[in-house]
Write a protein that binds this ligand. Structure first.
Ligand code: HEC
Ligand code: HEC
Ligand code: HEC
Ligand code: HEC
Ligand code: HEC
Ligand code: HEC
Ligand code: HEC
Ligand code: HEC
Ligand code: HEC
Ligand code: HEC
Ligand code: HEC
Ligand code: HEC
Ligand code: HEC
Length: 456
């Protein structure tokens, strides 16, 4: 303790001598005031005797002046000789009469600010060190709701009742009396996480506001003291739009229905990839689509195998962008496509039918009966895309000839296309100026871009 306060204790000791010799009255606090006769001064009897305040000084931790029986330093008699005391109105000043002023940081705990030192310290004695009114967390629960630790899952330091592992008691440098701002309050202990997160360039926005946006620092009913169920609930607590979107779609993605929820694809903290993805986008898709799935009637092909055996991949897939056509979180279209695409071999011509393809390709491809520029699939100026797709009443859909993912043929022409139970061959042979087709639809027809071929 500093020199200055020792001086003050000197003053306190001088007063003490007089007290021990002269004081023989008891103190009753809230009890009715006793008559003067009841306080006949008996030599040698102070405030503490078997009849008066008998337990004072007997607890495990006794405050210095109480231990020495100096009651009057704090309790000033209103009228000499009478057991009546001036109420103590300014507790903090009283404490500071003997103690150094607390060195307070910028964030001061409310009871300290209000000078309510006795909210935590008994001025007399207690069973706890520093005459605290409660041991460990019990002190805090005198004023704060115990419910903060009632969650089924308790955070490590809270489980052992150590509030002061994170909070200062008198004052601190940071909000909520913590050891740091935002996530820094956590990194003091979770250094491994800090190091792990720092290596990854993509940071999930709420991390900047601090870990407590998702983790309750005290307790919760969810694993890792999260504020919601780990795999989806916690995400939906903020991503309400996604929740609505996912609930509304008619074609669900099996990838979201697994027990891993959002965490199958997203890292909640930081990531090496945009959109918090757990892997590079296409690797992610193929990490699951490396096998054939089937449920009920539906089969979902092994895409990894398809790409391994079909080398000529479609533009967006070369760019590893499966999301160009599929909406990972589900959609209102067959195969979770982003727009309508006819699921069958035939469809009545309607430009809306090919919205998916025309998100990227020019729809004039199938609109003009004659052209010398719009497509290479022409015989002279006769647009063969128009001929097939725009055919009334049953146009051939793009799928009749093209595969959206990959084939070993030029222009993503398929080897064969399912036609009911039959794999109908497409039979395209290309040459420099055009080509020939011998599909399961008609006899061999040839086309030449420079000079129209007469096929019949
Ligand atoms: C360090 C200052 C201090 C000392 C020394 C001190 N008291 Fe107190 N005491 C207080 C404060 C503060 C209160 C709260 C009541 C108030 O605000 O008036 C109090 C309250 C009391 C009360 C009211 C009931 C209660 O426990 O709250 C009694 C009785 C009492 N003191 C007895 C004593 C006796 C006997 C001694 C000496 C053995 C003593 N006090 C020494 C500060 C002190
Ligand atoms: C009359 C002087 C005096 C007053 C007034 C006084 N104290 Fe003390 N306090 C002491 C002495 C003496 C000690 C014992 C110091 C020691 O053991 O190092 C002590 C010890 C303490 C301790 C324990 C410190 C430790 O390091 O163990 C706390 C806490 C404390 N006082 C709080 C208070 C509070 C709160 C008040 C106001 C309600 C108060 N004191 C008023 C003299 C006083
Ligand atoms: C919210 C509860 C709380 C309040 C209010 C409070 N204290 Fe404390 N105080 C503590 C705790 C807890 C400790 C024990 C710290 C430790 O374990 O190191 C302590 C320790 C002390 C000590 C001894 C150790 C030290 O830091 O010097 C003194 C003296 C003290 N307090 C004085 C005061 C005074 C004076 C006030 C009022 C201005 C006050 N306290 C208000 C909780 C409180
Ligand atoms: C005597 C009553 C009392 C006790 C005991 C007490 N506090 Fe407080 N505390 C308050 C009040 C009053 C506030 C301000 C209102 C609020 O936020 O609830 C407060 C606020 C806080 C805050 C928020 C601070 C901020 O900047 O927003 C934290 C954290 C806190 N207390 C922690 C503790 C811890 C930990 C303990 C136990 C060591 C404790 N308190 C004991 C009364 C108390
Ligand atoms: C692991 C660190 C840690 C521990 C241990 C801890 N807290 Fe906290 N506490 C925090 C953080 C972080 C916040 C800020 C939460 C926020 O900003 O939403 C906080 C906030 C609080 C608040 C203010 C609540 C509010 O809504 O502003 C109180 C009161 C509080 N804690 C009391 C306690 C009590 C009591 C204990 C012991 C049972 C305890 N804390 C243990 C980290 C901790
Ligand atoms: C005082 C040290 C300390 C601080 C500060 C701290 N933690 Fe912890 N945390 C622990 C300990 C100890 C465990 C238990 C470790 C274990 O069981 O492996 C733990 C466990 C966790 C766990 C569960 C980990 C698991 O694998 O089960 C999460 C989540 C967590 N802390 C988040 C946080 C957050 C968020 C913060 C900041 C608000 C924080 N911690 C601050 C010490 C701390
Ligand atoms: C957007 C919400 C969110 C934020 C913000 C967040 N977490 Fe998490 N955290 C989670 C989810 C969800 C899990 C469960 C992950 C899992 O099971 O793979 C988790 C798990 C953890 C775990 C336990 C599993 C592990 O990876 O060791 C720790 C420790 C952890 N978080 C620490 C932190 C820290 C420290 C911060 C702040 C720097 C933080 N978290 C911020 C959502 C979040
Ligand atoms: C505390 C609120 C909060 C929680 C909880 C939360 N997020 Fe976020 N998330 C945001 C904010 C804010 C953004 C940035 C704005 C936006 O894109 O909507 C964001 C962005 C994202 C992004 C896009 C990132 C980018 O680079 O564009 C993904 C993906 C994401 N969150 C997934 C998740 C998942 C998965 C979970 C559950 C583990 C989750 N979020 C929980 C607030 C939250
Ligand atoms: C099967 C993998 C997968 C699952 C599971 C998944 N996502 Fe995504 N998520 C992605 C991909 C890939 C992207 C980026 C491109 C896109 O939009 O398709 C993304 C993007 C996002 C974005 C950024 C905005 C956007 O739409 O581009 C948010 C927010 C998001 N996801 C939230 C969630 C939430 C919440 C869950 C859990 C309900 C979830 N995701 C589950 C793969 C997934
Ligand atoms: C975590 C595993 C997982 C990941 C990652 C994943 N999927 Fe899936 N996907 C599934 C499951 C499971 C099904 C359902 C298969 C079934 O039962 O028929 C499915 C079905 C599909 C279907 C068929 C939907 C239907 O209803 O016809 C498409 C298309 C699809 N996924 C595309 C993707 C794309 C694109 C990605 C990457 C953005 C991706 N998947 C990532 C697991 C996953
Ligand atoms: C150019 C648009 C487009 C792109 C890019 C695309 N797909 Fe597809 N995908 C489709 C279409 C169209 C279908 C429906 C095909 C059919 O039924 O003939 C489909 C069907 C699927 C199916 C179901 C396969 C089946 O029939 O069993 C899966 C799985 C799938 N895609 C995964 C992926 C993955 C993984 C990627 C990225 C590597 C991807 N897709 C990229 C358009 C695309
Ligand atoms: C996300 C954008 C996108 C969508 C959607 C898309 N494509 Fe493509 N497509 C491309 C890109 C990019 C190329 C490569 C262009 C190039 O290399 O000049 C390409 C190339 C092609 C080619 C080969 C062109 C050539 O010259 O060999 C065909 C055929 C094709 N797409 C058909 C389709 C069909 C059919 C659909 C609808 C199922 C479709 N595309 C949907 C972006 C897309
Ligand atoms: C009857 C078969 C057939 C149908 C149906 C068909 N295509 Fe083609 N498509 C071809 C052939 C053959 C080529 C290659 C022509 C060449 O380069 O010799 C081609 C080429 C293309 C190309 C490359 C650029 C070009 O025009 O030369 C694109 C893009 C394309 N088709 C898109 C589509 C889209 C979109 C649909 C549906 C709206 C569709 N195709 C329907 C047979 C077809």
């Amino acid at each position: 303790m500093a020199e200055a306060s020792l001086c003050r204790f000197g003053r306190f000791r001088a007063g003490l001598m007089g007290v021990l010799v002269a004081l023989v009255w008891g103190m009753v606090g809230e009890a009715p005031e006793l008559s003067a006769a009841d306080f006949a001064l008996k030599a040698g009897q102070g405030c503490v005797s078997s009849g008066c305040h008998p337990t004072m000084g007997k607890d495990q931790y006794v405050h210095g002046p109480v231990a020495t029986g100096n009651c009057v330093f704090c309790h000033k008699q209103a009228t000499p000789g009478r057991h009546a005391f001036t109420p103590i109105t300014d507790v903090a000043s009283l404490c500071y009469a003997c103690h150094d002023k607390l060195q307070l940081g910028p964030v001061v705990h409310q009871p300290v600010k209000e000078g309510n030192c006795t909210g935590c310290h008994s001025p007399h004695q207690s069973g706890n060190k520093f005459q605290l009114r409660g041991g460990g967390q019990e002190l805090c629960f005198k004023c704060h709701p115990r419910s903060i630790i009632n969650g089924k899952v308790k955070h490590g330091p809270v489980a052992v009742g150590d509030c002061s592992a994170c909070h200062a008691h008198h004052s601190g440098q940071f909000p909520k009396l913590l050891a740091g701002k935002g996530s820094d309050a956590c990194y003091g202990c979770h250094k491994d996480k800090q190091a792990e997160f720092a290596t990854r360039p993509h940071i999930h926005a709420p991390m900047k506001g601090g870990c407590v946006q998702c983790h309750n620092p005290h307790s919760s009913d969810y694993q890792y003291t999260l504020i919601g169920e780990r795999t989806k609930g916690v995400c939906f607590s903020c991503h309400k739009d996604k929740q609505k979107e996912i609930a509304a779609v008619t074609v669900k993605h099996g990838g979201l229905e697994l027990s891993t929820g959002c965490l199958a694809c997203h890292n909640p903290h930081t990531s090496f990839f945009p959109k918090q993805l757990a892997m590079a986008p296409m690797d992610l898709c193929l990490s699951c689509h490396d096998r054939q799935y089937s449920h009920g009637e539906q089969k979902t092909a092994n895409m990894k195998e398809l790409f391994a055996t079909n080398r000529n991949t479609h533009g967006p897939i070369k760019e590893k962008d499966c999301s160009g056509c599929h909406n990972t979180h589900g959609s209102n279209f067959f195969r979770i496509l982003r727009a309508y695409y006819p699921p069958l071999f035939y469809a009545k011509y309607d430009p809306q039918n090919y919205q998916l393809c025309f998100n990227c390709h020019n729809d004039t491809l199938v609109k003009e009966p004659t052209t010398m520029t719009l497509t290479g699939f022409r015989n002279g100026d006769q647009n063969l895309h128009y001929v097939h797709v725009n055919k009334s009443p049953k146009g051939r859909t793009c799928r009749a000839c093209h595969d959206a993912h990959a084939t070993n043929n030029p222009n993503h022409i398929r080897d064969a296309v399912p036609f009911g139970a039959w794999q109908l061959p497409v039979g395209l042979v290309k040459n420099k100026g055009g080509g020939s087709c011998l599909p399961g639809c008609h006899q061999e027809f040839r086309y030449d871009r420079a000079k129209m071929v007469k096929n019949r």
